[in-house]
Design a protein around this ligand. Structure first.
Ligand code: ADP
Ligand code: MG
Length: 223
């Protein structure tokens, strides 16, 4: 099992998640839909170890993470989880290639760095950005930046890709293209993918759709 939630609840001033259990395996693509405020980001952040549950357990590669300190968790996140958000969060002063290689910076082993660079070039070509490598984010379109953010999320070959409203800042055409790219990369790279979105169009591209309703996940049967 890549990742598992066991009866995860989260309370702020009210209960956002109510004993949610589910598992993610390699190759899965899962959409979490629900209106704004239904807890999609909270669920993704807990799955991605950016936030901790009020109760319940999170397992990554069959191991509970509750006893790990923040340093250990940061290491696991960098190696094992790729994040894509609504905004691309590329650093404006770095080139597209430098942005993509940021998660590789902590790596000291030269041959691993070389391998990551090769992977960067391959993925950049794969998403159609080969002629943009030296450009700064400000010189790229929003759609191009979001594709670069996807490559950055995948650079360490993570088992798990988490995308929170990845098409939320894109126009319809770019949103459709990014949805296609995510589903293709999911089958090519074989990571488990969880996409939180209020777009049913994007959600329908995933193999499984859950609706987050009153803190619980309800499976939606695809027609
Ligand atoms: P979604 O991503 O579906 O829009 P969120 O997970 O962002 O939903 O938010 C779910 C609920 O949890 C909302 O009512 C929100 O106000 C609340 N919430 C989220 N994060 C916090 C926080 N850090 N502190 C207090 N309440 C929060
Ligand atoms: Mg959200």
């Amino acid at each position: 099992m890549l990742a598992e939630l066991q009866q995860v609840s989260k309370h702020y001033d009210h209960q956002v998640l109510n004993e949610i259990s589910f598992t993610i395996n390699r190759g899965d693509s899962i959409a979490i839909v629900g209106p704004s405020g239904s807890g999609k980001s909270t669920l993704l952040n807990i799955l991605g170890t950016l936030d901790r549950p009020s109760s319940g357990r999170v397992l990554l590669n069959d191991e509970g993470i509750e006893s790990l300190d923040d340093n250990k968790l940061a290491g696991i996140r960098n190696q094992f989880i790729g994040f894509v958000f609504q905004l691309h969060y590329l650093l404006p002063q770095l080139s597209l290639l430098e942005n993509i290689l940021l998660p590789v910076l902590p790596e000291k082993n030269r041959s691993l760095v070389k391998a990551a660079e090769q992977r960067a070039y391959r993925l950049i070509e794969r998403v159609g950005l080969s002629n943009r490598i030296k450009h700064l984010p400000g010189q790229l379109s929003v759609g191009e930046c979001q594709r670069a953010a996807v490559v950055r999320a995948l650079i360490n070959n993570p088992g798990l890709l988490l995308a929170d409203e990845p098409t939320g800042s894109l126009d319809e055409e770019n949103a459709t293209a990014l949805g296609t790219l995510l589903t293709e990369l999911n089958s090519e790279e074989k990571m488990g993918m969880v996409v939180a979105t209020h777009s049913m169009e994007l959600a329908r591209r995933m193999k499984v759709i859950y609706r987050l309703h009153l803190g619980r996940l309800e499976k939606i049967e695809k027609e």
